[in-house]
Design a protein around this ligand. Structure first.
Ligand SMILES: [Fe+2]
Length: 294
């Protein structure tokens, strides 16, 4: 049953607070996100959010995405877990079935450490309200945990959480890198009217969100306070791809793909997560390190 106690909780590790009025010390990224939150991007009414990462260079080529943790941000802001967390959630990255009511939502991104290297094996435990704004406190509906991939990536398939009294729309998540402490936070949606009145809302935790057919696609990159050796080259290109672009054609051996490119293979859509040249044997379903099924 929805209760408003989360709205009276206090975030932790947020420095000057969690409200929308704390933009004076936040980064360019957060400013862009805050602008979206204030209505520059009318989420949920059909128009996609304009993302800086989607800009194109002269000639139409997409700009190389910038890892978000190169944008001047410190570790991801922490927030209260609220009253509805339950341990022992199921291992799964989809919280829905075909019959689940609600607007479909996918959230993808990466987990980075302090040197902007991806962190594999991070436990991400998500929980959220259902389409009616209610949490399942007797079972495990809309609760699930997963581990970041070898590339530090995560992917959540769910619905847009419903609203409940005292809060703006949000997702809850706990993250724990191997051997590290648990980090608890929440993710927010741009364009939500209640973002301006929810005392817990923090623009630094806004996802990039855009319309994708009848559903929404969001991205967010977490940064954990995990020491990393900056002199060791990353083994994979770390930037999160922008929200999905429509498939651009059938997968073709010999073709060079960039992160974010879309293809179809055997009637299934995939998104390239790591730049490479396609070769026979690296068909999208065979190499999850290169292709994410959509
Ligand atoms: Fe909540």
């Amino acid at each position: 049953m929805p209760v408003p106690e989360e709205s009276t909780g206090t975030g932790t590790g947020n420095g000057n607070g969690t409200g929308a009025g704390t933009e004076h010390r936040v980064s360019r990224k957060a400013v862009l996100r805050a602008a979206a939150a204030l209505g520059a991007a009318p989420l949920l009414i059909g128009a996609p959010v304009a993302l800086a990462r989607e800009r194109t260079a002269p000639g139409g080529a997409p700009l190389v995405p910038t890892p978000e943790c190169h944008d001047g941000d410190g570790p991801t802001v922490e927030q209260t877990e609220g009253p509805y967390f339950k341990p022992d959630s199921p291992l799964r990255n989809s919280l829905i079935t075909s019959g689940t009511p609600g607007t479909r939502l996918t959230v993808t991104g990466y987990v980075f450490g302090r040197a902007c290297r991806p962190v594999p094996g991070v436990l991400l435990d998500f929980w959220q309200a259902d389409d009616n704004g209610a949490y399942d406190n007797s079972g495990y509906a809309f609760r699930g945990h997963q581990f970041s991939t070898a590339q530090g990536a995560f992917s959540l398939t769910t619905i847009v959480p419903g609203l409940y009294p005292g809060r703006t729309r949000h997702l809850h998540v706990k993250l724990q890198a191997p051997g590290r402490r648990v980090v608890t936070t929440q993710l927010y949606f741009p364009g939500e009217p209640r973002n301006g009145t929810d005392s817990l809302f923090d623009g630094r935790l806004l996802m990039n969100v855009r319309q994708a057919g009848p559903g929404l696609e969001g991205t967010f990159d977490f940064v954990l306070d995990v020491a990393q050796d900056p002199t060791t080259p990353p083994t994979t290109p770390p930037p999160t791809t922008p929200p999905t672009t429509p498939p651009t054609g059938a997968w073709t051996p010999g073709r060079a793909y960039r992160a974010g490119d879309g293809v179809t293979y055997a009637g299934v859509a995939y998104r390239c997560v790591q730049a490479h040249t396609a070769v026979t044997g690296w068909e999208p379903p065979n190499v999850p390190a290169l292709w994410q099924r959509l």
